[in-house]
Design a protein around this ligand. Structure first.
Ligand code: KIV
Length: 293
């Protein structure tokens, strides 16, 4: 008789179990997804959380940056991801100008991610200037994840996608912002492209989990853009991302092999072809002969 423990029943990750996992000292895993197929693969791999990031503007839609992404585009992709995942905590990224103009508009748009997009929570960028917005969304019953450091929606203000908070003044401001976001009700904060030491300082000073992307190993969890780890986005790979596969190269190889095989007649082969039953074929041939075709 086997003495092995029965496999643990897998349960849906919620913002509560997300926080509890970090409190137990277990590292949280998060990846982006923008469609059904990738969401299903990420979910089946047991990743804790899927972010429908506005990075989809660059890696899926081919925009120069994330600024043109609309609510409709985000909701379209959120629904596909929701259909592909069963267990992961689903976070919808609020696109540029969906939460900046007014608190009311922010609450309404955050609500659309849950009502129309099938998401469990939303993420938005910014520190103290977003505290009222975070408070209002959380008060409406919608969990919010903050995002500090490199905040790509402020690319023009930051002057590019480079590392942030490298000097003491900016680092102290970020530490304060993280505490303000926690007090405003965020259940977690993403820290992007900041010194590893600062990632550690923020993490040790907050009760809520930090998720790092280029913020060192001292965060409670890690997130990367799935298109970067799969090598699907060919324009650039950020310094902090690790490429675990070369899907872009693999895709190019598969497509040119298909082209060669179609041109040479190797495809479609016998196994790809549907033949008619002999009796039916003979009837059509007789009809063709009768008609003189
Ligand atoms: O849009 C996105 O994918 C993100 C991650 C980089 C955290 O915000």
């Amino acid at each position: 008789m086997s003495t092995a423990a029965p496999p643990k029943e897998r349960k849906k990750v919620t913002t509560v179990t997300f926080r509890l996992k970090a409190a137990r000292g277990e590292t949280l895993t998060m990846l982006t997804a923008y469609d059904y197929a990738v969401a299903a693969a990420v979910d089946r791999a047991g990743i804790d959380s899927i972010l429908v990031g506005d990075s989809l503007g660059m890696v899926v839609l081919g925009y120069e940056n994330t600024l043109p992404v609309t609510m409709d585009e985000m909701l379209h992709h959120s629904r596909a991801v929701a259909r592909g995942s069963e267990y992961a905590l689903l976070i919808g990224d609020m696109p540029f100008m969906s939460y900046q103009a007014s608190v009311e508009e922010a609450v309404r748009n955050a609500g659309r991610f849950l009502k129309e997009g099938g998401m469990d929570a939303v993420k938005l960028e910014g520190g103290r200037e977003r505290a009222d917005t975070v408070r209002a969304i959380v008060t409406s019953g919608i969990p919010v994840q903050g995002h500090l450091g490199l905040t790509p929606q402020s690319v023009h203000q930051l002057g590019g996608f480079g590392p942030q908070a490298k000097n003491s003044e900016a680092a102290i401001r970020l530490l304060e912002d993280a505490q303000i976001l926690e007090q405003a009700g965020c259940f977690s904060i993403v820290l992007e492209n900041i010194p590893a030491r600062l990632g550690e300082w923020v993490t040790s000073r907050l009760e809520i989990p930090t998720i790092g992307i280029g913020a060192g190993p001292g965060c409670d969890g890690q997130v990367l853009v799935t298109y970067d780890i799969l090598g699907l986005f060919d324009r650039f790979t950020p310094r902090f991302a690790k490429k675990y596969a070369d899907f872009h190269g693999e895709m190019a190889r598969a497509i040119s092999t298909y082209k060669q095989e179609v041109e040479s007649g190797e495809f479609p082969a016998e196994e790809h072809v549907l033949e008619m039953e002999q009796e039916e074929r003979v009837r059509v041939e007789e009809w063709l002969n009768e008609k003189g075709h």
